[in-house]
Ligand binder design. Structure first.
Ligand code: PA5
Length: 454
């Protein structure tokens, strides 16, 4: 069975949903040279080292460091790993945990977790949940990993202050190095306010390359140290990235899955009024991959000015949904509300488990069609039914099929979506890799927190 993930845009085409809502062959032919030209620019920028996300999976020395450090920390037998971080520092890890660890992972015994710690990704500053986490994850049994590229994000720094205060109070200053790991900007190349924290306590520190933005950093130590601590198949992920990198190395629109998806989404938005992009995986394991993608797509493409300095207010609004759950919440709107959305349905060909529906409640003949079948078959039928129903309502669907959910296929998916976003940025002609709108919010929050002078 091949592990390659598959992209299918046939249900986005005009032949499927009509020319008003679907992409015509002529439109794909027309955009192909633009995609090829953009590929040349991206490839040159990659060679120049402008964007490091493409090559993260190749950094063998970084993976060695991360895995060696994880082994050393695992030997200390922590019960909990707590991630302190927000946005790109948190969403990748959450996506990987949900995809690659068993459901309800934190509720399993340590033995069933393979001796690995429970995981808590704290990406908010809600005092109720943070306080509760501090109760559940006592410093003595916990390793905290503070992740902030800049080292100055107020939310993350607040979490750090609380955690350091608690470790010092309960275990003493000398114990901080055994309970806190820092992931931040590289030394010498950029400043981070976390560098002095590392120096003060003698902490383990990982660097996120300067040319890798937070939301593109999942395959750096940002996502890979937690992955190693949880015993994920890192080599499988690296192989998945490599396989997708190979597939995405061609400038050809029809052969490059990331470029094809980027072009379709761009055309759907700018020519067919599909100003929203729904990602709806039919798999609980992939629900947080949709959340991770939501940030990637929103923060990368939502830009006021173009690369030429013109006001463009670009960007398609990403929406996360979950099949089949949201069939009973959103699909009414999706089928009969405004036809302004493109649907990205993520399908899993083979689930890791099969669940048979037993011969129960036989006195009710109306359940006959379910008895003896499997939950897997019902899931497959529901995906098909939703896609067919959307087609009937002339709603375009772009489909991604994962042969199964594992480290290899999930890495392919995330890597493809990163390359897709990079290409989409070129098509929208915006700066994909910055986030001035976020930075401005951070600055204002800091100013509001500063003590007022009389
Ligand atoms: O993608 C991004 O760059 C952002 O979402 C950042 O990850 C987020 O703002 C957190 O920033 P930092 O890692 O500097 O704390």
């Amino acid at each position: 069975m091949t592990l390659d993930i598959k992209v299918d845009i046939s249900r986005c085409k005009s032949v499927a949903v009509g020319a008003e809502h679907g992409i015509a062959p002529a439109e794909l032919r027309e955009i192909a040279p633009r995609v090829e030209a953009a590929h040349e620019i991206l490839a040159q920028e990659r060679r120049d080292g402008d964007y490091g996300f493409y090559d993260l999976y190749k950094a063998a020395d970084v993976f060695d460091d991360v895995e060696n450090a994880a082994d050393a920390f695992l030997a200390k037998g922590y019960d909990n790993l707590v991630i302190l971080g927000i946005g790109g520092s948190a969403l990748g890890t959450t996506a990987l945990v949900t995809a690659l660890k068993p459901p309800f992972y934190n509720t399993l015994t340590k033995r069933s977790r393979g001796g690995h710690p429970r995981i808590f990704v704290m990406d908010n500053i809600d005092p109720v949940s943070f306080r509760q986490m501090m109760r559940v994850c006592q410093p003595k049994k916990t390793l905290y990993n503070v992740i902030s590229k800049s080292g100055s994000t107020a939310e993350t720094v607040t979490q750090l202050l609380i955690v350091v205060g608690a470790i010092e109070k309960k275990l003493g200053k000398d114990a901080v190095k055994d309970h806190l790991v820092v992931t931040t900007n590289p030394r010498g190349e950029a400043k981070s306010l976390l560098h002095p924290v590392t120096d003060h306590y003698g902490l383990t520190e990982f660097a996120v390359p300067l040319n890798v933005g937070g939301r593109f950093s999942v395959f750096s130590p940002v996502g890979m140290f937690p992955a190693a601590m949880l015993g994920m198949d890192i080599e499988g992920m690296r192989a998945g990235c490599e396989a997708m990198d190979r597939r995405c190395s061609t400038p050809s629109l029809m052969e490059n899955p990331a470029y094809l998806r980027a072009a379709v989404q761009y055309l759907a938005d700018t020519r067919k009024g599909k100003v929203m992009s729904v990602m709806m995986p039919y798999s609980d394991a992939l629900r947080d991959a949709a959340d991770w993608y939501r940030q990637l797509w929103a923060e990368s493409l939502g830009k006021r000015v173009s690369l030429d300095g013109e006001e463009v207010y670009a960007g398609q609004t990403p929406i996360k949904a979950l099949g089949v759950t949201d069939q009973h919440s959103q699909v009414q709107l999706y089928r009969e509300g405004p036809n302004n959305k493109l649907f990205n349905i993520i399908e899993v060909r083979r689930f890791e488990k099969t669940l048979r529906i037993p011969q129960a409640l036989e006195s009710i003949p109306e359940f006959d069609y379910l008895r003896g079948a499997s939950m897997n078959k019902l899931m497959a039928a529901e995906v098909r039914a939703t896609m067919d129903a959307l087609k009937e309502s002339v709603r375009p669907v772009s489909r991604v099929v994962l042969p199964r959910v594992n480290a290899h296929t999930v890495a392919q998916l995330l890597y493809m979506l990163e390359v897709e976003t990079a290409m989409a940025g070129r098509l929208y002609n915006v700066q994909t890799f910055n986030q001035p709108g976020v930075e401005e919010g951070k600055r204002i929050a800091r100013a509001l927190m500063a003590p007022k002078s009389e």
